[in-house]
Design a protein around this ligand. Structure first.
Ligand SMILES: Cc1cc2nc3c(=O)[nH]c(=O)nc-3n(C[C@H](O)[C@H](O)[C@H](O)COP(=O)(O)O)c2cc1C
Length: 178
């Protein structure tokens, strides 16, 4: 079983990004399991002073990331940047060297969010994770008030989700580039 961890950059109850990730769970092919991480909003503020004696919720995030074979990220853009709560989550795992090379699908739920997407790509590469370009699609669901069920009912959107998840699974199966 290939395990993927999905992380949304939005804390909003009716988030389009979270809905997209919930829909991804619904199209996961046989042999793959996608789990949504829901702790971003509960993480404490990152502080390097306590990085190596971090609270259990931070250890839980690190352990989930270590245990998964790949990560699917979908995040909104706030003022041309990455939402603070999500950047905070990433800051907690910047120093986790055992996550180097972790394959990532960087979904974009809004074609307009180009600044945050570029910033996220830079952050993720700086962390040493591996962005799988073929899996990092723009899937335009933001602003349409679609929940996961509505996304799953749309053949064009589910087609793109299949393509993204399939590309991530393929990258995991063939392993890192040599
Ligand atoms: C404070 C704030 C700032 C935003 N800034 C931008 C922005 O700079 N560029 C953009 O394309 N959208 C911006 N948006 C719109 C959100 O990215 C958009 O509503 C997105 O769908 C929210 O994602 P969610 O539905 O997953 O919460 C902003 C929204 C908020 C609340």
């Amino acid at each position: 079983m290939i395990k993927l961890l999905a992380i949304s950059g939005s804390l909003r109850q009716a988030s389009a990004n979270t809905a997209l990730l919930r829909a991804a769970i619904g199209i996961a092919p046989r042999g793959a399991e996608i789990t949504l991480y829901e702790g971003v909003g509960q993480l404490p503020q990152f502080n390097p002073d306590i990085e190596h004696a971090a609270p259990p919720i931070v250890e839980d995030l690190r352990n989930r990331l270590i245990a998964c074979d790949g990560v699917i990220i979908a995040s909104p853009e706030y003022a041309h940047g990455v939402p603070g709560a999500f950047k905070n989550a990433l800051d907690w795992v910047v120093g986790s060297v055992d996550l180097a090379g972790k394959p990532v699908a960087l979904l974009n739920a809004s074609g307009r969010a180009t600044h945050a997407q570029a910033a996220l790509a830079e952050i993720i590469m700086t962390m040493g994770w591996l962005i799988v370009n073929e899996a990092s699609l723009v899937i335009p669901v933001a602003g349409k008030e679609l929940d996961a069920a509505a996304i799953l009912a749309d053949p064009a959107l589910t087609g793109q989700l299949h393509e993204a998840v399939g590309a991530l699974l393929h990258a995991i199966e063939i392993g890192p580039p040599v």
